[in-house]
Write a protein of this length. Structure first.
Length: 205
């Protein structure tokens, strides 16, 4: 069970908006439990990092992008031609258009999702993209995990268990790499993804 401190932190960081609620609803509908929990944990690690470093960011934009960032890996949204992060960016554009977001804000949601698979983006350049990179790399491979309060991490994992996420995620990105050899997932797999995922300390908490 999540600790009171973790539950309080997650509650304080979660945007209270229709867009946030619908993003969670859509992610829950299309992602399996392991992938959904990864998306939530990625958001939570990013939000915790922002709080620790005093970073100001658009909470709704970051939350929506984080919850939707891996939908391009799911069967209904998997593209035969586009990298999964670009397909996920298009999902975000369509969903947020229906929510009434203006074009520039829709573009930002897609950009944050696409950039989470690109080279490092600093907080000064693009804070929301930086936070998603921090959150996803912490959850997938354990990068910077030691910087988070152990009680926060334990509470987060209790609330959103990993459930074999590492092996399942590796299979998904390896499939992307095999079918789209020029995509970022292919470079990620070739760069030792399997080793980093297997060494993730979160799977030993």
């Amino acid at each position: 069970m999540t600790t009171p401190a973790t539950a309080s932190a997650l509650s304080s960081w979660t945007p209270d908006s229709a867009s946030a609620r619908i993003a969670l609803e859509i992610a829950t509908e299309y992602a399996d439990t392991a992938l959904l929990h990864h998306c939530v944990r990625s958001w939570a690690f990013g939000a915790a990092y922002a709080a620790r470093h005093g970073l100001e960011y658009d909470r709704e934009l970051f939350y929506v992008a984080a919850l939707l960032h891996d939908l391009g890996l799911t069967a209904p949204f998997d593209s035969h031609t586009l990298p999964f992060e670009e397909a996920g960016g298009h999902v975000a554009r369509v969903l947020t258009a229906g929510l009434g977001w203006p074009a520039a804000r829709r573009d930002r949601a897609a950009e944050v999702i696409v950039l989470h698979m690109r080279e490092d983006v600093t907080a000064a350049e693009d804070v929301e993209s930086h936070l998603l990179q921090v959150g996803t790399s912490a959850d997938v491979s354990g990068l910077r995990v030691a910087e988070f309060d152990p009680s926060f991490t334990a509470g987060l994992l209790a609330a959103y268990p990993r459930g074999g996420f590492g092996a399942g995620f590796l299979a998904l990105v390896e499939d992307q790499a095999a079918r789209k050899p020029e995509c970022a997932a292919a470079a990620y797999v070739a760069g030792g993804a399997a080793t980093r995922i297997a060494a993730n300390p979160l799977d030993r908490v």
